[in-house]
Every structure is written in structure tokens, then in C-alpha cells.
Design a protein around this ligand. Structure first.
Ligand code: NCD
Length: 308
């Protein structure tokens, strides 16, 4: 593996390898004062972010630091991009300063593959348009694997704005490779065409999806990408597709609930579902577990791309 631009086509062995390494780092992060070998000492990771981010960026930064690597941060708004510099010129200039890897977030689908085609350095896709967000899916998969002890055979429902979601796409690719059953649930206007042909179940009613699923990945309604026309109103969306206690309790269904964040509280997920931590066997929010697992997964990815 030279780059990680997506989970599409990545074989099960590579996924298991990253997840196993991440599980080891996750155990280390449970210690009161996590300490790791500085395996990436003297490496420099450039975090090149053309879109806003809280979790992903902090997470990559911490992951690099835990392994002894240095990080350089970049935000488009405060860089020469605002003076019209092209993406390839930006990358070439950072390369000339001898960074060792790029972590890229960009609003254009395909940006990460483009960058990987113009540089010899490893590129990690931290989200490109509506294409892929592989480390988010890996952290979701790690969270599910730790909860169920396996991925093969579990039924995962992906709820909401699948059409605009790079997280959904990466999860579909990764989870399928590892043998999970997948369903999507949402209004037809927010489900990509042709998804049924991929062997994925489609539910347009949330009750049936909840009854079917072992776990739910709730997606953010991407208000900045979906500029109207996809749903009648936020209230109607949340009445039909918002995940609430009432809906889970009515079906007496207990699910681990994941969400990549940031959440729109009381739109796609109720406060109580987002915040409720319960032992396995009850519906429980996995959101903070996901965030911590994100650091472990990014440590594993940086290690695989940069060590040796
Ligand atoms: C996601 C993203 O940016 O794709 N967030 C994240 O990385 N944690 C999902 C989203 O923005 O809805």
C-alpha cells in the first residue's frame, strides 16, 4: 500500500492488517498516559485541508505526534490558494520543503487520486468531495469490530443522506469486503441511483430498517451540499428519518449507533440517542468511542505508509 485514497478495491487482508494494528494502538490509548514508540521520528506529515474539519484534522495530528512525527498544517483560507495557486503548485512547493506524506481534504471528488498521481510521497485521503473518506470508514469498522467481535455477517444500516456522503461510500466498500450485510435507509431523493444493483438493501421506511439492522450508522444531513430540493423540510425529514428513542423503543430494538460527526442534533439524531452510553445489549451511542478509535486507525495508516 503506497497511498490510501479509498477503500474501493482494497483487499480484506489489507483492511484486517490496518484494523489489527489499530486495535493495538487503541489498547495503548486506554492507558492513563498513552506512550508509544516514536516509530515515525523525524518524519513530517503535511495536513493539507481545503475544507473545514475538527475531528479528522486533530485526529491525524495526534496520531502523527503519538508516533513521534511532526505535522505541518495548512488551511486553504489562510494560504496562497486564496491568491489563486493551483493544487499541484501547492503540493509541489510543500514537496520541495521535504515533507514525507500528505493528508489531504478537498471539496472535489477525485482530488486525492489526482494528488497521488503527481507526487511520489504517500497520500492519505481525509475526505474528497462525495467520493471517499477511508480513515473514517476504518474507524467505524474498528468500532463495530470491537463491539461485535467480528464484521462478517453483521447487518449494518446506513441512515440518511447517502447521496452526498463520502463516509457512506467508504463504509460500503470496506464493510462489503469484510463480509457485512449492508442496507441504506432514507428518502429516495437522498439515495444514489443504482445502489440496489450493488447488492445493498434499500429501506425507505425507518421502522423496517431498524427491525432488520444489528447496527446503525447515522449520516449528517449535508445542508451545505444539499441546497434544497432533496427533502420537503427539516421537520419532515426528522419526523421520518431522525433516529430517536421512541422509534427504537417502539420496536424494542437495541443497536449500537454510530455517526461520523458533526451531528445536527434533533435533525438526524435525537439528543438522547447521540448521548446515551449503555452496556452492550442496549442501544448505545458509539460516537465518542469512534473519535478515540479514529486516532488509533490514523496511527495505523500513517505507520503502514511511512515506517520503513
Ligand atoms: C464527515 C466528513 O467530513 O466527511 N465528517 C468527518 O470527517 N468526521 C462527515 C460529514 O461531514 O458529515
Amino acid at each position: 500500500m503506497k497511498h490510501l485514497t479509498g477503500l474501493y478495491g482494497l483487499p480484506a487482508e489489507s483492511l484486517h492488517d490496518i484494523l489489527d494494528l489499530a486495535a493495538g494502538y487503541r489498547a495503548g490509548l486506554r492507558q492513563e498516559t498513552p506512550a508509544f514508540n516514536p516509530e515515525l521520528g523525524n518524519k513530517r506529515v503535511a495536513l493539507v485541508f481545503f475544507e473545514n474539519s475538527t475531528r479528522t484534522r486533530f485526529s491525524f495530528e495526534l496520531a502523527a505526534r503519538h508516533l513521534g512525527a511532526g505535522t505541518l498544517s495548512f488551511t486553504a483560507a489562510s494560504s496562497s490558494v486564496s491568491k489563486g495557486e493551483t493544487l499541484s503548485d501547492t503540493i509541489r512547493n510543500l514537496e520541495a520543503m521535504q515533507v514525507d506524506a500528505f493528508v489531504l481534504r478537498h471539496p472535489s471528488s477525485g482530488a486525492a487520486d489526482f494528488v497521488s498521481s503527481i507526487t511520489e510521497l504517500p497520500v492519505v485521503n481525509a475526505g474528497d468531495g462525495t467520493h471517499e473518506h477511508p480513515t473514517q470508514a476504518l474507524l467505524d469498522i474498528l468500532t463495530l469490530r470491537e463491539y461485535f467481535g467480528r464484521i462478517a455477517g453483521i447487518k449494518v444500516m446506513i441512515l440518511g443522506d447517502v447521496l452526498h456522503s463520502r463516509v457512506a461510500r467508504s463504509n460500503i466498500f470496506g464493510l462489503r469486503t469484510l463480509g457485512a450485510e449492508i442496507a441504506v435507509c432514507g428518502p429516495a431523493t437522498l439515495l444514489p441511483g443504482g445502489i440496489g444493483e450493488m447488492g445493498i438493501r434499500i429501506f425507505t421506511g425507518l421502522d423496517e430498517a431498524i427491525a432488520w439492522a444489528d447496527a446503525a450508522i447515522v449520516l449528517r444531513l449535508q445542508l451545505e451540499r444539499a441546497t434544497g430540493g432533496f427533502i420537503p423540510s427539516l421537520q419532515e425529514y426528522s419526523a421520518s428519518y431522525g433516529l430517536t428513542d421512541e422509534k427504537l423503543d417502539r420496536l424494542r430494538k437495541h443497536l449500537p449507533v454510530l455517526h461520523p460527526g458533526p451531528i445536527n442534533r434533533e435533525i438526524e439524531i435525537s439528543n438522547h440517542v447521540a448521548d446515551r452510553i449503555q452496556p452492550p445489549g442496549y442501544s448505545s451511542s458509539m460516537l465518542m468511542e469512534q473519535v478515540t478509535n479514529g486516532v488509533a486507525v490514523r496511527m495505523a495508516v500513517l505507520h503502514r505508509l511511512l515506517a520503513g
